[in-house]
Design a protein around this ligand. Sequence first.
Ligand code: GAR
Length: 196
Amino acid sequence: MTRKRVAVLISGRGSNMAALIEAARHPGYPAGIVLVVSNREAAPGLALARGAGVPTAVVDHRAFSTREAFDEAVEAHLLAAQVDLIAHAGFMRMQSDAFVTRWAGRQLNIHPSLLPSFKGLKPHQQALDAGVRISGCSVHFVTPELDGGPIVAQAAVPVVDGDTPESLEARILAAEHRLYPLALTLVATGRARLEG
Ligand code: GAR
């Protein structure tokens, strides 16, 4: 089995990134995390990645005047590391359509809601405002539509009386840490793939 070479893109805490790194430590896992790229130098996830011995790169979006130029700078790191797949993990940048098209079927994102519900910002608050009794998380292929690509895997998480955005976030995050390694397995082994 050839392990797929995966880059994780982050902007912050990096707990999903850490879950993927942990899963990929097992020799039978079909992917290895070969690179972590952050658009923020201060992202706490960078220290976690370095501590786990994973190479990191920082590409500060503020240094680029266009989305395309930022994406190309990130891509230079991806190509140098011979990356097969990209996993967004709390990566809070929209990418240019050109980049998304080049990497179609090779980019995953995790979002803390049962898509297509509650796309975009503050999904936990959106779920509470809507009064749903079940929320969850979704891993999907990245397409130009924000949080709108084909879904690879989902996990359902109950909403309980008295939940705040923070308490719901913590419950869903625990499910994310189980779901993302599973979804990456499906894609790395070809059992889930984007067609058309
Ligand atoms: C996660 O809950 C992830 O699903 C969410 O940001 C958090 C990042 O946490 N992503 C989005 O909302 C993307 N639309 P982490 O940095 O600890 O993985």
